[in-house]
Write a protein that binds this ligand. Sequence first.
Ligand code: F6R
Length: 246
Amino acid sequence: MNLIVTESYAESCLYAAHQIAALIQQTPTAKLGLATGGTPVPIYRELARLCRAGEVSFAKVRTVNLDEYCGLTGQNDQSYRHFMEKHLFSKIDIDTANTYVACGVGDEQTNCRALDEAVLAGGVPDLQLLGVGTNGHIGFNEASETLTAHAHIEQLSATTIAANARFFAGSDEVPTRAITMGMQNILCARRILLVATGKAKAEAIRGLIQNDDVTTRNPCTFLKLHPFADVVIDRTLAAAAGWPDA
Ligand code: F6R
């Protein structure tokens, strides 16, 4: 695991966007694993700017997203399919047929197998972008006694529902279940790029950067098992997580 401490969240996002753009410039057919939530929004904004400026083309890029809420169709404006269209896909030259966001409605077993297949189709992702939950979740693999290897349905924790309520009219509106990549689906990517900001993430990040332990109680610690995982955090979060040089 490689820790990158930046001066600010804005700098972290520029760093992440430029890493992704450099990968696509080198490998125009790159396959990206993508995340939703608040953290990646400025990363997608910068990627859209680079695309508009002609510096990077997504014409041959393929993507697969980490997760989707159960019970929401892709047309629902709270769905992660809608999020991706709004913040990235509609702003770049990607072919929508080359993008995959799991289906949140219909037969759940079928949807899980389809997500497993999408992760592997045409080869594993070249890069998986991640945020992290306040409880250390990656994708929607919630902190628990056990974690799950493959795509599955996860019951969202009270902390996740509370954290995501800001995107909804209220916490009652937040779906309580989600389909998510499992830990193997995430860790099979050739490279991982986790971006985090905010003091609410300090405990999760502390467990990631302060020791060599791996625990299901803080799922992001599993990134320590990956040989090419970059963790990008700003100085404020690094200090809150007890990083001595911050
Ligand atoms: C999103 C996802 C989640 C988020 C995490 C952090 O697709 O899988 O793991 O990355 O909940 O969310 P934000 O960035 O909103 O703090």
